[in-house]
Design a protein around this ligand. Structure first.
Ligand SMILES: C[S@@+](CC[C@H](N)C(=O)[O-])C[C@H]1O[C@@H](n2cnc3c(N)ncnc32)[C@H](O)[C@@H]1O
Length: 204
């Protein structure tokens, strides 16, 4: 059965360059750098810039995305960097998220999810974290609708501090802040941006 969202993402990724660059998301790199490597899940990892960087830091990474075109580019990037990356093609809204399976879950710019699907996805992220494991989320706030330098145009898909605090209140919230910053993460995320980042730890 055809999936217009998937067709749109595959077409977007069907270009020689990495749409979101080859360097990792800066918030993820800053906050994952101090963690001890273990098993990591990169949700909607696309062309693999984040999963590949984590693999370079010693993490055993599962890179989940529904776009085969993006995953071919992720595999090529991993090969160029000489690291192993496990790719799984799947829909983040229906993925089983096995319980207590990952030491790190990275959810970077997956703001395609409308509220009901986002709630299911985030319930999966909470479930699949191991006790003591960390969750790192980066996204845009509603102020991004002023900048329009990347991200969704649907206001309901954007994140706020109360939304993240409410969704991940069962975790220990280590970092949660909104900021305005110039992003230079490929043509897809470029320019002054209204961002929000969360780092949280699942209690032991
Ligand atoms: C804005 S890109 C971010 C990619 C990556 N996280 C990064 O920071 O470079 C969003 C990604 O979500 C993927 N995606 C969109 N809807 C999805 C879904 N329902 N299931 C799995 N992946 C999805 C797209 O293929 C794309 O790779």
């Amino acid at each position: 059965m055809s999936n217009p969202d998937l067709d749109r993402w595959n077409a977007r990724f069907d270009v020689p360059d990495h749409v979101f660059g080859e360097a990792p998301n800066s918030f993820l790199a800053r906050h994952a750098a101090g963690l001890s490597p273990g098993r990591a899940l990169c949700v909607a990892d696309g062309e693999g810039r984040n999963g590949v960087w984590l693999a370079q830091q010693g993490w055993d990474v599962l890179s989940l995305d529904f776009s085969a075109v993006a995953q071919q580019k992720a595999a090529a990037l991993a090969a160029r960097r000489g690291v192993a990356l496990t790719l799984e093609q799947g829909d983040v809204h229906g993925w089983p998220y096995p319980a207590a399976a990952f030491d790190l879950v990275a959810d970077i710019f997956s703001q395609f999810s409308p509220p009901a699907e986002r709630a299911r996805k985030w319930a999966g992220l909470r479930r699949t974290l191991r006790p003591g494991g960390h969750l790192i989320v980066e996204g845009y706030t509603p102020r991004q609708l002023v900048h329009r330098t990347g991200g969704p145009s649907a206001a309901e898909n954007l994140y706020t501090e109360p939304m993240l605090r409410d969704a991940f209140g069962g975790l220990e919230i280590l970092v949660l802040h909104e900021r305005e910053e110039v992003l230079d993460e490929g043509a897809g995320h470029s320019g002054m941006s209204a961002l929000i980042g969360l780092v949280a730890r699942k209690p032991d």
